[in-house]
Ligand binder design. Structure first.
Ligand SMILES: *Cc1c(COP(=O)(O)O)cnc(C)c1O
Length: 512
């Protein structure tokens, strides 16, 4: 007091007659948070009435909102009003039951409650001591989920490994890649990354290339092995072995293999057991990205897609895609946490404490890119406890059942075909009238038109992909609010669209 030259009494600031500003007044919080929950519940009630794909033009919001933040406070009602008038029309409604694009972003009441708690506590759990429950609950929840997936004990804290919640798959890949890199560099006695090579397929998520570059892998050393329709776009172990052998002959060092269970384009599944043979023969780190498909493996009938997982080094899966958890939540399990820690640990003076130094606790900051971390395990904990494994399994099965229904509708219309076998809740299909006389180019243009037509109605939203040169439409079932009637309604829109684009194509043909 007084050390800076003035005390409270000789403060140069006159007393304000304005009310004292309290950004977290518990009673005000209670009132406004209740209003917000009502607003969100109303949004869920009305969500079907909004066009699922937003129809606004780029820059729409700039013309509608002021150029500067308000100087004086504004009431919540005014803000709600603007959300209704300006924000909602500019949103693509990921939670709409008519959303069939990309992969779904699933949510649930239990996860929302967990999110509220996580945000409400705002505990920053970078190390054990900073908030012990943050670390310990995450360890328990990661073990629970590992057991639900029947992962070997080598991936759990109860065994010799452990799991951590990352934000996204990108980070899960990045941290394991860095752990693998540092271990390999140590083994060969250099700090030069120029000879390290990483392997994936041409169906691996684009984030793998990004993570590889971030980890210092030369772009020319990122091997993307071509896949083909013959093995349903999965990574062929023979082709992989050939590529690795060629690299070794060139004096390069195989570092890391990323396989996928449920690729983003078509949900192809790479054969883990055979790929593990190649990885172990060449001493590579073997990671499995099961961002979407992994969640299905909590059901016994899908678990075989993880066969061979006992031989991999790490596995990641994003419950925000299919396990009813909010974005973002990517679970990563590793067999050797020590390798993550030795690659990523930091030890600044201001975080030093006896427990961390004695290695008797987990400090999750050493398992991730950043330092700060949220209490995200609360969301999964609430989901697992409130629903039980039983309901989570039936949630997966119900989505798969609806996707089968859609697949059946596609198959029963001779104008359409299912392009690759359906494995989970994604159907890849296309309009393919008389494929013998149509070039693949005109089939592509027809399907592009169909996609635009359907999406512009606002009654359904799908996306597309191109695999093996074939343009196809992706219909991903799984938005939490979707029921079978929405799937059937979407199919009606698609059939209507097919009618319309084929008619206009024929008219176009006549004009020529
Ligand atoms: C969606 C997806 C990703 C990206 O996942 P996020 O965790 O959402 O970043 C990575 N890999 C696959 C196979 C995916 O489907």
């Amino acid at each position: 007091m007084g050390s800076l030259g003035f005390s409270h009494d000789d403060s140069p600031f006159p007393q304000s007659d304005q009310q004292e500003f309290k950004p977290l007044d518990p009673e005000e919080f209670r009132k406004q948070a209740h209003q917000m929950v009502d607003f969100i519940a109303d949004y869920y009630t009305k969500i079907e009435s909004y066009p699922v794909l937003s129809q606004v033009q780029p820059g729409y919001l700039r013309t509608r909102l002021p150029q500067n933040a308000p100087y004086r406070p504004e009431p919540l009602d005014t803000i709600f009003n603007d959300i209704n008038r300006h924000i909602i029309p500019g949103m693509t409604h990921w939670l709409s039951p008519k959303f069939f694009a990309f992969f779904p972003a699933t949510v649930s009441t239990a996860a929302f409650l967990g999110e509220m708690l996580c945000t409400g506590f705002n505990s920053v759990g970078f190390n054990w001591l900073s908030s012990p429950a943050v670390t310990e609950l995450e360890m328990i929840v990661m073990d629970w989920l590992a057991n639900m997936l029947k992962l070997p004990k080598t991936f759990t804290f109860a065994g010799t490994g452990g799991g951590v919640i990352q934000n996204t798959t990108s980070e899960a890949v990045l941290v394991t890649l860095i752990a693998a890199r540092d271990k390999a560099l140590e083994r060969i006695g250099t700090d030069d990354t120029r000879n390290l090579v990483v392997y994936c397929s041409d169906q691996t998520h684009s984030t793998f290339t990004k993570a590889s570059k971030l980890a210092g892998i030369q772009p020319r050393n990122i091997r993307s092995i071509p896949t083909s329709i013959d093995n349903e776009f999965s990574l062929c172990p023979v082709a992989l072995r050939r590529a690795v052998r060629d690299d070794v002959a060139e004096g390069l060092v195989p570092l890391y293999l990323c396989a996928t269970v449920g690729t983003t384009s078509t949900t192809a599944v790479d054969p883990l057991e055979q790929l593990a043979d190649v990885a172990s023969d060449y001493g590579m780190w073997f990671h499995v990205d099961a961002a979407y498909g992994g969640s299905a493996c909590i059901c016994p009938e899908f678990r075989h897609y993880l066969n061979g997982v006992e031989r991999v080094d790490s596995l990641s899966l994003s419950p925000h895609k299919w396990l009813l958890s909010y974005l973002d939540c990517c679970c990563l399990w590793v067999k050797k946490p020590d390798l993550l820690v030795s690659a990523l640990s930091t030890n600044p003076e201001y975080l030093k404490n006896k427990l961390s130094e004695s290695d008797s606790v987990v400090d999750y900051k050493d398992w991730q890119v950043g330092t700060g971390r949220r209490f995200k395990s609360l969301r999964l904990w609430l989901v697992l406890r409130s629903y039980g494994v039983e309901n989570l399994q039936s949630h997966i099965r119900s989505d798969v059942r609806m996707a089968k229904k859609f697949e059946w509708l596609v198959r029963s219309d001779p104008r359409f075909e299912v392009v690759v076998p359906r494995r989970f809740a994604l159907v890849c299909f296309r309009l393919n009238p008389d494929s013998a006389s149509e070039s693949s180019r005109s089939s592509e243009s027809l399907n592009r038109k169909l996609l635009d037509w359907v999406n512009s109605t606002g009654k359904a939203y799908m996306t597309h992909t191109i695999v093996g040169g074939v343009y196809m439409l992706r219909f991903a079932v799984g938005a939490t609010l979707t029921e079978e009637r929405h799937v059937i309604a979407a199919w009606k829109v698609i059939e209507e669209g097919a009618e319309a684009v084929m008619r206009s194509e024929m008219l176009g043909g006549k004009k020529l």
